[in-house]
Design a protein around this ligand. Structure first.
Ligand code: ZN
Length: 290
């Protein structure tokens, strides 16, 4: 999965320090992230060093560290002229192109630790972008020194990073796995039943409700598998395996899904891709491990 980068480790412990010369800078502009990318089509990325771009970093904010390298966030204002920054990058990094990339680009970016850093940075950046002002009184929010939190100096309101918990549910029936396809999304491949946790609901209840709503099935023997930080959609994903209980007749919700079908283990048309929990769970069943 995207977060499985051992022996490397993305350390998200918060600090309020300043960048060092070799710190890496993530420049964000309107929900995209600037990367340096070799033009060979392999999506190998890296990020500029603070030393090379420091005059373009207004109020850099600490994000996380990876192998002792500190990562900082720098924001490019909407409509800002990025030409001087891009010229600088071209001069300092002549073998690479500087590109502003959307989140989905990082599903196929390498190395994996940088793809994970990029997506985690985009998740954090989205939170900063959406919380410039206090939701209670409307005054500007300030960053706390000790923890990753924004607070309102006027009314005391505090805002913590937003993470949306969601479940992924692999429903099995003997040698068959329930595969689905989402309707109206960029992601077109086979998936598992998935959905957001609602306020007042346990994750186990979310799993049962989502399976019922999307496919009309009841489930039993729900077992936790693994979780995954999924910055592509600001989620924490929680994966479960379970079995269909009673009727295996699918009544698909056509508003959520374009397909929902039982597929035999030997006929599952999904190959390992080492990024998503969904893929790992489907491949685990395919290899007869569940
Ligand atoms: Zn306030």
């Amino acid at each position: 999965m995207i977060q499985d980068i051992a022996p490397k480790h993305l350390d998200i412990t918060y600090h309020s320090g300043q960048p060092e010369e070799d710190s890496l800078v993530l420049f964000f502009r309107e929900g995209t992230l600037l990367v340096l990318c070799r033009p060979d089509g392999e999506n190998r990325i890296r990020f500029p060093e603070y030393l090379d771009v420091k005059e373009f970093c207004e109020k850099p904010a600490y994000l996380f560290s990876l192998e002792e390298r500190l990562f900082f966030r720098a924001e490019l204002q909407q409509g800002a002229d990025t030409a001087p920054l891009l010229e600088r990058l071209q001069r300092k990094y002549p073998l690479e192109q500087a590109l502003f990339c959307k989140r989905s680009f990082f599903r196929t970016a390498a190395p994996k630790e940088y793809a994970f850093a990029a997506v985690t940075g985009l998740h954090l950046n989205g939170w900063y972008e959406k919380n410039r002002c206090c939701g209670v009184c409307g005054k500007p929010l300030a960053a706390d020194e000790k923890e990753r939190m924004l607070f309102c100096p006027a009314c005391g309101n505090t805002v913590y990073p937003r993470i949306d918990p969601a479940v992924i549910v692999a429903v099995t029936d003997g040698d068959r796995l329930l595969l689905t396809k989402y309707r109206g999304r960029e992601y077109k491949k086979y998936a598992l039943v998935a959905g957001f946790n609602e306020i007042g609901e346990t994750l186990e209840e979310t799993a049962a409700r989502e399976v019922r709503e999307e496919t009309g099935l009841s489930i039993r023997n729900l077992r936790y598998y693994k979780s995954q930080p999924w910055g592509f959609a600001d989620n924490l994903l929680v994966g479960y395996f379970c079995e269909a209980d009673g009727s295996t007749q699918i009544r698909m919700d056509p508003e959520e899904l374009s397909a929902a079908e039982w597929v035999k283990r030997s006929e599952i048309p999904v190959e390992p891709e080492d990024m998503s929990l969904t893929n790992e769970m489907i491949c685990r069943f395919k290899l007869d491990k569940e």
